[in-house]
Design a binder for this molecule. Structure first.
Ligand code: PRT
Ligand code: ZN
Length: 222
């Protein structure tokens, strides 16, 4: 399918923890998608928009570049992008109250924790180096941040780092790996984002219409 320049483009996660949340929100907003689950794009039958199914990590880039005017992404991924980008042309238009989780510092059960100064001179493994680096600066602590793209909870056992900072919802994964949370670094939820780049007049109007539909959905859920 060719991408149509006159239609809005909305980036959502193809598969993962945000994909059902995102599809449900679009559905509740009255948008009917064509195409099945395996397509990379879907046309909305009854609204001038196309949906792009992508990796969640790519969503802030697409929206900031203006490739997609809207997107749905975790606040954690958005914040990491903002902190790592020189001109993040992206803004949150609606927090969605879904997919809530926290980036938490954690350490093996036996670790003695005496507040953030315990981290001085230590190593911390994380997939969110920019958020962790900012938090360390706020705490006035010097520590090295080691970027891992996955399986962060294995870092202490593999002796990559004695501390980790990873997303937690129930805490079961930390517990299963003999780790315990010691500090909250960042609280996250899914957010609807919009490009701050200038839009053509038809797209601006369509964007306002999309936003008021989403706001209507969110009000009924308050
Ligand atoms: O393939 P793609 O790159 O698109 O997806 P992904 O694998 O990078 O992301 P995905 O689908 O795992 O998560 C997408 C977003 O969901 C995250 O960026 C968060 O905003 C949000 N979210 C909410 C979570 C969790 N809850 C969560 N629990 N993301 C990850 N987790 C992990 C957690 O780190 C642990 O490993 O899920 C596991 C279970 O957590 P516990 O605490 O319940 O055991
Ligand atoms: Zn991802």
């Amino acid at each position: 399918m060719l991408v149509d320049a006159d239609r809005l483009h909305i980036a959502i996660q193809k598969s993962g923890r945000l994909s059902d949340v995102s599809r449900q929100l679009l559905k509740d907003a009255g948008l009917r998608l064509q195409n099945g689950r395996n397509a990379l794009t879907a046309r909305v039958e009854n609204f001038p928009a196309d949906i792009m199914f992508v990796r969640d990590d790519d969503i802030p880039t697409f929206v900031a570049d203006g490739v997609c005017e809207f997107g749905i992404v975790g606040g954690n991924v958005l914040e990491e992008f903002r902190l790592s980008s020189s001109e993040p042309a992206i803004e949150v238009v609606a927090p969605l109250g879904q997919a809530r989780c926290s980036l938490k510092l954690a350490a093996p059960e036996a670790t003695v924790w005496e507040g953030s100064s315990t981290l001085e001179g230590q190593r911390i493994a994380t997939s969110y180096p920019a958020i962790v680096t900012r938090w360390l600066a706020e705490q006035g602590v010097r520590a090295s941040v080691v970027k891992m793209n996955g399986a962060v909870e294995l870092a202490p056992r593999l002796r990559i780092a004695p501390f980790i900072c990873d997303l937690v919802s129930t805490g079961a994964t930390l517990e299963a790996n003999g780790l315990r949370p010691v500090a909250d670094v960042f609280d996250s939820e899914a957010v609807l984002v919009r490009t701050t780049r200038d839009l053509s007049e038809p797209k601006r109007v369509q964007g306002e219409a999309l936003l008021s539909r989403v706001e209507g959905v969110l009000q009924t859920k308050d």
